[in-house]
Design a protein around this ligand. Structure first.
Ligand code: F3S
Length: 439
């Protein structure tokens, strides 16, 4: 591709196979990433990493076989940086908790029947998972690892992460540095291609986005995120006209902005760590473009996320937990559901590591008593389906709405999605009716 990739002597030795087969393949892969991305060298990672398992996230370049991985793990091979698993490392992404009675087959394939105990037992015993653990991976199985990992990179650290809400969390909210490139190779070697978000110059905002409405509530952050993503595309925006987001709102904004577009970094002057001022966010330059997100833009985004194929206000199921809910969000939800009874299934999704915490704190019981179920480690969009018989789903997440709708492209088999606030969704779960609207 015409890029001259500079390698240290150690890196050259790995590339030539002097450190063994696995480091050689990983180094070949990283050199290829450099060539594709235009990176002229590698950077040593001093932060954390994660990748989508059970694959190595190096496709189509190379996928290690189970035999190769077994050999490596038995020889004491270890990930070089603290490494986490993004979502479930099992075939067809089954839920880790709460799968009993879920009535769902991933992608409608009866081979992936998640409420079949035999299928579940087999999936949980996946050998990839055991080998990765042996190599030091912390199998957190969550798209919101950062809510449970209890070891976060600090400002300026170089990482190798994945996932729509996580990558901006690393860049914009922690001030650490990552591209969307978490893989076996980056985590095993502790190195990544040095381009884009690793480089200070690329982290400054080039687009200034002003909201007409003061963005404050959870749904405003979610809808605004989607609209910002559509407007900013791959550019780094600086956001004006917002309050200071809390953690829930950051997760919502990040996942939505990285769904509507590819926002892996942004600034909010006075709020995000690399933007004490607007000037600092822009690196002392003028923005290349100034965009206003109007009331009409927000409403249009809200409408896109409400996919209506049928006119009925009936709701068959409610899904909360995209991205996976934090412990504080579970606490708030438990408070809202205490003493209530759901008329339609309500799934609440979180990280597996939080399940026992929620159990000890009594939230699981509150959910069960309300007829809801706490599940972990996956999501409807990842499973590519809703339970059999569900025609209308209610969600409070722009990302979930967008992706689950895309799982039903067939005209004759469309899924209706009602999108609104968490309270709209809870009301739908309790009544079986949708009453939400953009306010
Ligand atoms: Fe996570 Fe699934 Fe949403 S992976 S961010 S819950 S679409």
């Amino acid at each position: 591709m015409g890029v001259n990739v500079y390698l240290t002597d150690d890196e050259k030795r790995m590339l030539q196979g002097e450190e063994g087969f696995v480091p050689q393949i990983c180094m070949q892969y990283l050199v290829e990433v450099c060539e594709v991305s235009g990176a002229e060298r590698l950077i040593d990672l001093d932060g954390t990493g994660d990748f989508h398992t059970p694959t190595t996230s190096m496709s189509p370049f190379y996928e290690f076989s189970i035999d190769e991985l077994r050999k490596l793990a038995e020889a004491g091979g270890h990930f070089k940086i603290p490494t986490f698993a993004n979502k479930s490392p099992f075939y067809a992404v089954p839920p880790i908790h709460g799968w009993e009675g879920c009535n769902l087959c991933s992608y409608g394939d009866p081979k992936n029947r998640h409420d079949d105990p035999a299928f579940h037992e087999q999936a949980l015993r996946d050998e990839w998972f055991e080998l990765y653990r042996k190599m030091g991976m912390m199998t957190s199985h969550s798209c919101a690892n950062y809510m449970t990992m209890s070891f976060l990179p600090t400002i300026g650290m170089h990482c190798s992460w994945n996932e729509s809400s996580a990558v901006p969390y690393c860049n914009a909210n922690l001030g650490a540095r990552t591209n969307t490139d978490g893989s076996f190779a980056t985590c095993f070697l502790g190195k990544a291609a040095y381009y884009d978000m690793h480089i200070t110059e690329n982290r400054y905002a080039t687009v200034q986005i002003q909201s007409e409405r003061l963005i404050q509530t959870d749904i405003e952050w979610d809808v605004f995120g989607f609209a910002v993503g559509e407007a900013a595309g791959v550019h780094v925006p600086v956001l004006l006209g917002t309050g200071k987001p809390n953690n829930t709102q950051i997760m919502k904004f990040n996942s939505a902005a990285n769904t509507g577009g590819a926002v892996r970094m942004y600034h909010i002057p006075g709020s995000t760590p690399e933007a004490p001022t607007l000037e600092a966010a822009l690196g002392g330059k003028q923005p290349k473009e100034t965009i206003t997100i109007s009331e009409a833009d927000l409403r249009a985004a809200y409408e896109v996320l409400n996919y209506r194929n049928h006119d009925s206000d009936e709701v068959d199921m409610v899904y909360l937990g995209c991205p996976h809910l934090s412990i504080v969000e579970l606490m708030i939800l438990a408070r809202k559901l205490e003493g209530k009874k759901c008329r339609v299934p309500l799934w609440i999704m979180s990280s597996p590591w939080l399940y026992n915490v929620a159990l000890n704190l009594g939230y699981v019981k509150v959910f069960q008593d309300a007829g809801a179920v706490l599940m972990t480690g996956t999501c409807l969009a990842c499973m590519g389906a809703v339970p059999e018989g569900v025609r209308t789903l209610a969600v409070d997440s722009a990302k979930q709405s967008y992706y689950i709708t895309g799982c039903y492209p067939d005209e004759d088999n469309r899924l209706d999605v009602r999108y609104g606030t968490q309270d709209d969704c809870i009301e739908a779960a309790l009544t079986g009716r949708w009453n939400g609207e953009w306010r």
